[in-house]
Write a new protein. Structure first.
Length: 253
């Protein structure tokens, strides 16, 4: 049973590792190719786009893919939309492995905004020390607010750096503990953070640290995703695939 995982997340890596132990599945993990040095994986990996929904549909047909798993980042709305359209065109069963968002807890001072431009404006006109925990493609908008001092953490180095007078960069891959992130925020005397509600444990440390330190967090809301069946855990995906395999076997496929 040929499985295609659209990955780039810790959940995708965990799912691939679990499926690699099951000889009834032939798994390919697809990465967008935006990370220069992706984490190692236990299944064959392809890198780069498919050419939109039509290209993905062609790939599904050519490779006889029996099930498609969208385990991309919750903010990768364009990829999820392409997956949904390609699944409709080909009839390939699609399941999203979608981690639940972080709940707002007592003590959290969140300001939820829809866009990065909204986040830039929400920081305000008074110069502040800002921690940016965003992807590289979202950072450029902060050049419109050069009066702030930025601390930027990303998996890959930010190249070119932001065209602002004051910016520090940390290239690091999670998970990050709450204790580590509290020490980081205190060391750089951060006054406000900007983050995505990614969910999961790997990057929650900054949210917990901000709560303890009483720091406000500008939280980018999740984009709207196309309607599709979803699972919250790797075990749920495995159960879904096992059911699909049982049905295929019963039909003699």
């Amino acid at each position: 049973m040929n499985i295609l995982i659209l990955g780039g997340t810790a959940e995708a890596r965990a799912l691939a590792a679990a499926l690699a132990q099951r000889t009834v599945y032939a798994v390919t993990l697809s990465l967008a190719g935006r990370t220069a040095a992706p984490a190692p994986h236990s299944v064959p990996v392809r890198s780069g786009g498919f050419g939109g929904a039509e290209g993905l549909a062609r790939y599904l047909r050519a490779e006889c893919i029996a099930a498609l798993i969208d385990a991309t980042h919750p903010y990768a709305a364009a990829i999820s939309a392409n997956a949904a359209q390609a699944a409709r065109e080909t009839g390939v069963p699609l399941l999203a492995l979608l981690r639940p968002p972080w709940p707002k807890l007592p003590g959290d001072a969140w300001l939820e905004v829809e866009t990065v431009s909204d986040a830039v404006r929400a920081i305000g006109e008074i110069p502040r020390r800002v921690f940016l925990a965003l992807g590289r493609k979202e950072l450029q908008s902060f050049e419109h607010a050069p009066h702030h001092s930025y601390l930027i953490r990303s998996v890959d180095p930010v190249d070119p750096p932001l065209a602002v007078p004051q910016a520090s960069y940390i290239a690091a891959r999670g998970p990050f503990s709450a204790a580590e992130d509290r020490a980081l925020l205190e060391h750089y005397r951060i006054e406000i953070a900007v983050a995505k509600n990614s969910g999961g444990d790997a990057t929650y440390g900054k949210i917990a640290a901000a709560r303890v330190l009483g720091l406000p967090v500008i939280m980018l809301q999740r984009p709207a995703l196309p309607p599709m069946e979803s699972a919250a855990t790797v075990d749920e995906v495995l159960a879904w695939l096992d059911h699909a395999l049982t049905l295929s076997t019963a039909r003699g496929v």
